[in-house]
Design a binder for this molecule. Structure first.
Ligand code: G1P
Length: 290
């Protein structure tokens, strides 16, 4: 089996929860401390061994693409002024990492966005990182934790892996929620990178309908077969093609594991949580400078 080196990051959404900021600035480029949110997500992917990143975007969000490109004019100007260190810091993507952009075209949901990356991903197994979720880079080690752990786990048993974390009752309706197989008190599961089989997922259930409190956090490692299931998935919740439905189909044929999250995550796609994240990232970075 070939090592996982490809990742899909869907960035086409308008970010209605972040209006008015997201009206003209893609929500993925809003700052967390001194960098845009998506910078940390891409760094996390690279630290986990990803070499090819596919952004699934939208015509109005080309500023994201530009962030990962070299701005030759700016580079020349900075070097001309002797600001070589600053110029170097802008070209931080490693030479062996490529970031490409493909457009989703129609806003038909997360499952549809992932499927849009198929022409670039081809036959590879791949990771998916949802950029609304930013894992705390100050308390976790992206080279070994979470996504890196899931990639290792995938290589051990060839089961797709989905990162989950326990959420509060009032947040259950915002997420895909895991249905667990087997006995035991699911909510008492060890909270650091444990991988085990899952029976299915329910997308954004009410608290009464939720099969557990373990929510999909926005990191996935998929075997390539998910594309076939996505291609056959019809619209459901919210009139959208849901990734969760294709995962359920994958589970019934091949089995899928959940991995419990290590460290903290922030929802940078929700105004309240984004503001808390901004303060936290800024405080950490200011403390580092002192
Ligand atoms: C998506 C997924 C959901 C997951 C969530 C994580 O929902 O469909 O299963 O829990 O991301 O952020 P969205 O937030 O795009 O509505």
């Amino acid at each position: 089996m070939k090592k996982i080196t490809h990742a899909v990051i869907p960035v086409a959404g308008f970010g209605t929860r972040m209006l008015p900021l997201s009206k003209s600035v893609p929500k993925e480029l809003l700052p967390l401390g001194n960098r845009p949110a998506i910078h940390y997500v891409v760094e996390e992917a690279i630290a986990a061994g990803i070499k090819h990143i596919v952004l699934v975007g939208h015509a109005q969000k080309s500023a994201i693409e530009n962030y990962f490109d070299v701005n030759a004019e700016l580079d020349n100007q900075l070097r001309h002024k002797g600001k070589n260190e600053l110029a170097d810091s802008l070209n931080w993507l490693p030479d062996d990492v490529t970031v490409s952009m493909i457009r989703q075209g129609k806003a038909l949901g997360l499952g549809h966005a992932v499927l849009a990356a198929r022409p670039i991903i081809g036959e590879h197994d791949f990771a998916v990182l949802l950029p609304d979720v930013v894992l705390d880079p100050f308390t976790t080690d992206a080279a070994t934790d979470n996504l890196a752990f899931m990639i290792d786990a995938f290589h051990k048993d060839n089961h797709s892996q989905i990162l989950v974390d326990k959420v509060a009752d009032e947040d259950v309706h915002k997420y895909g929620i895991a249905k667990l197989s087997g006995a035991g008190n699911v909510d008492e599961q060890a909270d650091v990178n444990v991988s085990f089989k899952v029976a299915g997922f329910v997308e954004k259930p009410s608290l009464a309908e939720a099969p557990s409190k373990l929510a999909v956090v926005g990191r996935y490692v998929f075997s390539n077969q998910i594309f076939d299931y996505l291609a056959n998935t019809t619209a459901s919740v919210g009139g959208e093609i849901q990734l969760t439905d294709a995962i359920d189909a994958l589970i019934s044929k091949y089995g899928v594991n959940v991995t419990t999250m290590c460290g903290d995550s922030y929802d940078a796609g929700d105004m309240r949580s984004y503001m808390q994240a901004f303060i936290y990232f800024a405080e950490q970075q200011l403390a580092d400078e002192e």
